[in-house]
Ligand binder design. Structure first.
Ligand SMILES: Cc1ncc(COP(=O)(O)O)c(C=O)c1O
Length: 354
């Protein structure tokens, strides 16, 4: 059996989701007539403490729709250099919306460098620069290893942005993981920000879909952005039905994924060839690098070889470039799978004589 730690997106819908999908009542959602989508949107707005919600096809679509709605041509967006929005979404708002992105450093904990955010925020007064419309943050932070931003950290960024009349969007693809790790309701984490995107199709195990939430006016305007992106779906209540099950049944169990990720991190930390700080692992994502007996980081080529060998031993993990490896725990993986994965990884380290 392959133990797939590449991502929490590899999860399959639960039996309850398949059942709900089969029985879902549907209608034409572009006319606002799909009762199951409407119910999912109401539930999402309620859970996040926002006025309204919009069902979108993916996390990337939710983020890009948010940016197109907040910003638009010639209006700038501040993003972190390690953010998913900046690195993995095809330059979304710049490519499609004509919004320049101003990139600021990201700290190890996923927090943006506040001094640089302040420097980059521009108003209309200087004709040389694009005025800032939006600051984007990410919670949990993927490339930082699933780190979480707490309410105070989110509020500091939001207060700074709002003082300049700039909106804040949170890429909360895994916001429920953050909420569980912090013991803080999502509604509290979402309060300081103007919009939030969260995914149903990652740790929550639904097959498809994300939600964009915000004020009624924002979501009204976001409908136009979604349509422009080709995301106006019709009888998509069959998908939303799985999303409702995800929100109602799959949130609390994320704590198990976090526990498994800690188990994996602690096991990996026992291997001298693996550079990882298990104390930094707080949700379902961990990252590590490989090192030789002189404590030097191994080359990208060796890292790729390690990942290939791990696959041969039944353990799948992902490369994040530059020798960084990511492993993600999720629904379907139990403590014994983690033990098996650790044994497989140990064999690879021995075989490669690292
Ligand atoms: C932090 C973050 N934001 C956004 C996304 C995009 O989600 P999707 O793959 O559904 O477009 C991902 C996907 O992995 C992610 O990790």
């Amino acid at each position: 059996m392959l133990i797939d730690l590449r991502s929490d997106t590899v999860t399959h819908p639960t039996p309850a989701m398949r059942e709900a999908m089969y029985h879902a009542e549907v209608g034409d959602d572009v006319y606002g007539e799909d009762p199951t989508i409407n119910r999912l949107q109401e539930l999402s707005a309620e859970r996040t403490g926002k006025e309204a919600a919009l069902f979108v096809a993916s996390g990337s679509m939710g983020n890009i729709a948010a940016m197109l709605t907040h910003a638009g041509r010639g209006r700038a967006i501040i993003v972190g250099d390690e953010s998913h929005i900046y690195r993995y979404e095809g330059g979304g708002a710049s490519t499609l919306g004509g919004s320049p992105m101003y990139v600021v450093p990201t700290h190890q904990d996923g927090m943006l460098d506040l001094d640089r955010v302040e420097v980059e925020i521009a108003d209309e007064s200087d004709e040389h620069v694009a005025p800032t419309a939006l600051v984007c943050i990410e919670n949990t932070h993927n490339r930082c290893g699933g780190t979480v931003l707490n309410v105070q950290q989110i509020a500091i960024i939001a207060d700074m942005a709002h003082a300049h009349g700039v909106a804040v969007h949170m890429d909360g693809a895994r916001i429920f993981n953050a909420a569980i790790a912090l013991g803080t309701p999502v509604s509290k984490l979402a309060r300081p920000v103007d919009s939030l995107m969260f995914c149903l199709s990652k740790g929550l195990s639904a097959p498809v879909g994300s939600l964009l939430v915000g004020s009624k006016d924002f979501i009204h305007r976001a409908h136009r952005s979604r349509k422009l992106l080709g995301g106006g779906m019709r009888q998509a209540g069959v998908l939303a039905a799985a999303g409702i099950v995800a929100l109602e049944q799959m949130v609390e169990r994320l704590a198990e994924d976090h526990e498994h990720c800690k188990q994996l991190a602690r096991g990996l930390a026992d291997y001298p060839q693996i550079d990882i700080d298990p104390e930094r692992v707080v949700t379902n994502i961990l990252t590590f690098t490989l090192r030789n007996s002189q404590q030097q980081k191994l080359s990208e080529a060796k890292t790729v070889q390690f990942l290939e060998k791990a696959r041969e031993h039944g353990v799948l993990m992902g490369s994040m470039g530059g020798g960084l490896i990511r492993a993600v725990t999720h629904y379907g993986l139990e403590a014994e799978h983690i033990s098996t994965a650790l044994t497989g990884i140990r064999r690879v380290l021995i075989e490669m004589q690292l």
